[in-house]
Design a protein around this ligand. Sequence first.
Ligand SMILES: Nc1ncnc2c1ncn2[C@@H]1O[C@H](COP(=O)(O)OP(=O)(O)OP(=O)(O)O)[C@@H](O)[C@H]1O
Ligand code: SF4
Ligand SMILES: [Mg+2]
Length: 327
Amino acid sequence: MPLLRVRDLSVTSGSLTLVNGVNLEVNAGERVGLIGESGSGKSLTALAIAGLLGEGLRASGEVSLDGEDLVAATERRRCEVRGSRIAMVFQEPMSALNPTRRIGDQVGETLRIHQGLSRRSAEKAAVDLLRRVEFADPERYVRMYPHELSGGQRQRVMIASAISCDPEVILADEPTTALDVTVQRRVLDLLDRLVDESGCALLLIAHDLAVVSEVCDRVVTMYGGRVVESGSVAQIIDDPHHPYTKALLATSKALSVAETSLGTSLPSIPGTVPNAGQFPRGCPFRDRCDRRVEACVEVPPTLVRDTRTLACWNPVVDDEPVLEEAP
Ligand SMILES: Nc1ncnc2c1ncn2[C@@H]1O[C@H](COP(=O)(O)OP(=O)(O)OP(=O)(O)O)[C@@H](O)[C@H]1O
Ligand code: SF4
Ligand SMILES: [Mg+2]
């Protein structure tokens, strides 16, 4: 059984369905990339897994950690798991760090809450954690405040907090988007090394598909709150079958060319992502898809082929598809 197993996960806000029947799995020691345009439902999926959905949002379905369903668990049980067994790293560390408290105090906090460490022992542990995330002089940094650190240093502090209780799952939501390229590389290498060292599972949300193909073993594509395709990096990045994944990859490749050529307008998939609740009936990508057929007014079933899953009535495949409906 996979370490993290998500089955038919939905997130609703009143009558609006924002995440719709998501299935995904992450094994221990595995890195899974979650991709899709802005508004696809990636962050809400991660927040629902971590049990961190805000006021007014409701999760249903199953989120199992090592066989224990967290959606069905009590809030008290979810609190125990959050931070200690499932940790989350956000895009903007400044919003997650308290500007008025020293770094050592904040990094040690999870240990005080979950493992009952004294303030003194937690601060000592914070020094070791900062060393693990490559601070050369951690004794000095534990005494500092967040505003005294650079963006990359703050993100490494967040990662130190996330790994403090040796979590089994790390959910990283665009952890490097706000950082410049060299710092990005360092933070990604760090996450990669931590997965190697601890054997934890990593779910990495990223817009940069080059990053996903470099860091991840498997990829899940989301659109309109649904998983539209999933599989190994070779299946999804090198040979996508879903028209949406294919368009996303073409845009990403064109984008990296445009970024190096001044005066070129930035490419994007034709049309825009509708607001939640305004996706077309049936396949959510229908209005933007140049392969749509009559059947696309109905939601496509999720099909499986080897280790690939695919939800599309008219996928991009060279040979005759031999797909079976997912169990
Ligand atoms: N608290 C909320 N209440 C109502 N709607 C929400 C809430 N949070 C997010 N949404 C909506 O749910 C949809 C999915 O949001 P989500 O933040 O998961 O997208 P995302 O894929 O993470 O996008 P991005 O790449 O921009 O971070 C969006 O349409 C968003 O506007
Ligand atoms: S189901 Fe139809 S509209 Fe949706 S991606 Fe496939 S071909 Fe396009
Ligand atoms: Mg997001």
